[in-house]
Design a protein around this ligand. Structure first.
Ligand SMILES: Nc1nc2c(ncn2[C@@H]2O[C@H](COP(=O)(O)OP(=O)(O)OP(=O)(O)O)[C@@H](O)[C@H]2O)c(=O)[nH]1
Ligand SMILES: [Mg+2]
Length: 403
């Protein structure tokens, strides 16, 4: 009989701060996301600590009193890992680690660790490794050196484990080597993309876990890995899709997240080229997520960073099957109607006002409204094709009823 192997989740504590820009409610939402990230990396959250401070303590990020509370908790509950919701300076990381005597991770390191765990192809692995070395370089002195060398676990995957002792020069050499390797792969991929001919290119983009791969699978009948964890997809998959008689290329790529580490955006340049070179973006949104509007803003910010803000975009609001809104009782005269009370129809109207008919509401899982989705994509792709090849649009009859 096969032995049921249980995953040993690492005992973890989260820390966030409440300040002028981050209200208590916001910090709770951010820590919810950090908890999901921790779970994806293989950790179980035992407790969250938050503190009200406007300026983080330069030595320990949170104040010394709060640090004592955390220290006591870590010791009593045998916590192996403490995760901070922001990027820590190298000095902060060292000081905190000295006091708490366990692994200290910040948000960036946690995300890098998940990427490292998830990277499947040599291309993705090279990109993640580059980002990890870039993160490591300013932190080389004394990172976890007094901890016994644990095998594996959160934050220990990748180069941190074996090469901490080596000096900066070696790390710099490694970085330039990885960059060269990436450049070579990028060139090969560029040639591949060039060979694809004149087909219109459509890219799925969006926050992580919104359903991009699920939608890709439904539309293209492919089998891209989809899972309810963050960053299920790291590599780009491209499929030829035909709607009606119109063929085009659809790509599914890495999801975005709030505060995506800059090292990652930079080293994933090659993967993100697919987005940069697309003719049309399908911005997928998980409308059932309470912070979906903030997710849209984060995605738009990253699209700006990679120079893709001005692309033609269709907003695809996914997971409508899971959408819930709060209701106000009829005799309740105090509660003001806000966005949390919107029905799907009200969201539809709001977005129609913003982007016209470039907003769609679907469920990729239940295949709801997919006909409408196909028709919209068909229309946009046809428009692009006709503009590009004005004398070659014989492919597309005017009245096409079936998609
Ligand atoms: N309820 C519901 N769940 C969905 C829907 N579409 C996708 N999901 C689920 O959402 C989770 C994430 O789906 P993915 O397709 O992996 O999402 P993704 O955007 O590709 O995620 P990353 O690759 O991690 O960025 C999976 O558990 C899916 O089954 C939907 O329409 N409704
Ligand atoms: Mg995916």
């Amino acid at each position: 009989m096969l032995e049921q192997k249980e995953i040993d989740y690492e005992r973890t504590v989260l820390i966030g701060v409440v300040n002028r820009d981050q209200t208590e409610e916001k910090v709770k939402e951010y820590l919810d996301e950090l908890e999901f990230l921790t779970y994806t990396a293989g950790g179980e959250v035992f407790k969250r600590f938050t503190q009200k401070i406007d300026v983080p303590n330069p030595k320990t990020y949170i104040g010394s009193g709060k640090m004592k509370d955390v220290e006591a908790y870590v010791e009593e509950h045998k916590i192996g890992c403490v995760v901070f919701d922001d990027e820590l300076s190298p000095a902060q990381q060292r000081n905190i680690e000295k006091q708490l005597r366990c692994k200290i991770l910040d948000r960036t390191l946690l995300i890098l660790d998940i990427f490292s765990q998830r990277a499947q192809t040599s291309y993705a692995r090279t990109q993640v490794e580059l980002a990890q070395y870039e993160y490591l370089l300013p932190r080389l002195t004394g990172l976890w050196t007094h901890l016994e060398r644990q095998k594996g676990g959160i934050g220990m995957r990748g180069p941190g484990e074996t090469e901490i002792e080596t000096d900066r020069r070696i790390v710099r050499d490694r970085i330039s080597l990885l960059k060269k390797k990436l450049l070579k792969i990028d060139r090969q991929m560029e040639t591949q993309r060039g060979n694809r001919g004149a087909l219109v290119r459509v890219a799925l983009v969006g926050y992580t876990n919104v359903g991009k791969s699920t939608l890709m699978n439904v539309v293209s009948k492919s089998e891209v890995f989809a899972e309810n964890k963050l960053f299920a997809t790291l590599d780009t998959t491209v499929r030829k899709v035909v709607i009606g008689n119109l063929p085009f290329l659809l790509s599914d790529t890495v999801g975005f997240i709030r505060k995506l580490p800059t090292q990652l955006v930079e080293s994933f340049k090659g993967t993100l080229d697919e987005v940069r070179e697309a003719d049309l973006l399908l911005h997928v949104v998980d409308i059932s997520h309470p912070q979906f509007e903030e997710h849209i803003a984060s995605v738009n910010k990253i699209l700006g960073e990679i120079g893709s803000s001005d692309k033609k975009t269709i907003m695809v609001f996914n997971k409508i099957d899971q959408y819930e809104h709060e209701t106000i009782e009829e005799d309740d005269l105090i509660t003001e109607k806000t966005e949390i009370h919107y029905t799907l129809n009200e969201w539809r109207q709001t977005w129609m006002r913003k982007v016209g008919d470039r907003a769609l509401f679907i469920s990729a899982l239940n295949k709801d409204n997919l006909d409408e989705f196909r028709k919209r994509v068909y229309d946009e792709v046809r428009d692009i094709h006709v503009t590009r090849f004005p004398y070659n649009n014989f492919l597309y009859p005017e009245h096409l009823d079936e998609y």
